[in-house]
Design a protein around this ligand. Structure first.
Ligand SMILES: [Zn+2]
Length: 241
């Protein structure tokens, strides 16, 4: 392998590493996890609301049963009181007056229960409608969450296989690199933000676009003097064919 090929190999190694870094970054994208977390929170909130409304409807139904029972009790008692009233057994005016007062009280109590049952039924109907809507919303959000989790799993699987492929590529290229080039890369990559070598582009540095002098250009093109760096940005230059 000649020097030019070696420099190109170093460039390939560098680019594979950069792709791997991007791939790893995408794999642990915190925004995606955050979005799923928010959706999970929304689903939980919707489920809580469904549960709250379900309990409230249950409570209203129970209250209604109780009112209906009371209504029926008053009805039974009124029947007995009326039977008593028309039995002909009551003759004392005071006793008669007492009985009539009780009948009036019970009639009012019965009417009150009836009214309460009706207004409770309206309330129950309204709450049941709310419950249906809340359940629909909960189902929709759950569907969205399942979709998002599924999509994320697919995305992660694609990226994981890509990262695995790039890891293999990086180690293959690393093994093929001459020691001094690898050392050069390891020494300078961090300071040069991961780009330690760059191909020249129309007689300029491919990174900072500084025009390269004819003498330096000739050396680069000849390609047997080791790494020649850009005078401006300090990156190794090579000619890509
Ligand atoms: Zn440069």
């Amino acid at each position: 392998m000649d020097k030019k090929q070696e420099l190109f190999l170093l460039y390939q190694y560098q680019e594979a590493r950069r792709q791997l870094a991007t791939c790893e970054e995408e794999l642990t994208d915190p925004d995606r996890q955050k979005a799923i977390g928010i959706l999970k929170g929304q689903v939980q909130k919707a489920l809580n609301e469904v549960e709250r409304l379900r309990k409230e409807c249950g409570r209203l139904k129970m209250a209604n049963h109780r009112l209906e029972d009371e209504y029926r009790d008053y009805e039974v008692q009124l029947r007995q009181l009326n039977a008593n009233l028309y039995s002909g057994n009551i003759s004392a005016p005071k006793e008669l007056e007492q009985l009539q007062r009780r009948i009036a009280e019970y009639q009012k109590a019965k009417a009150d229960r009836e009214e309460a049952v009706l207004s409770q039924l309206y309330l129950l109907e309204a709450k049941e409608k709310e419950l249906v809507l809340a359940q629909k919303k909960g189902d929709e959000l759950q569907g969205q969450l399942v979709g998002a989790v599924d999509e994320e799993a697919k995305r992660v699987a694609v990226l994981q296989s890509r990262c695995a492929r790039l890891t293999k590529e990086v180690s293959g290229l690393k093994a093929a690199l001459p020691k001094e080039l690898l050392e050069y890369y390891q020494r300078s990559a961090k300071a040069l933000r991961g780009i330690a070598i760059i191909p020249i582009k129309e007689n300029t540095c491919g990174y900072c676009h500084m025009i390269i002098s004819t003498a330096v250009l000739a050396k680069i093109k000849k390609g047997n003097s080791g790494i020649i760096v850009c005078e401006n940005c300090g990156r190794g230059l090579f000619e890509q064919k």
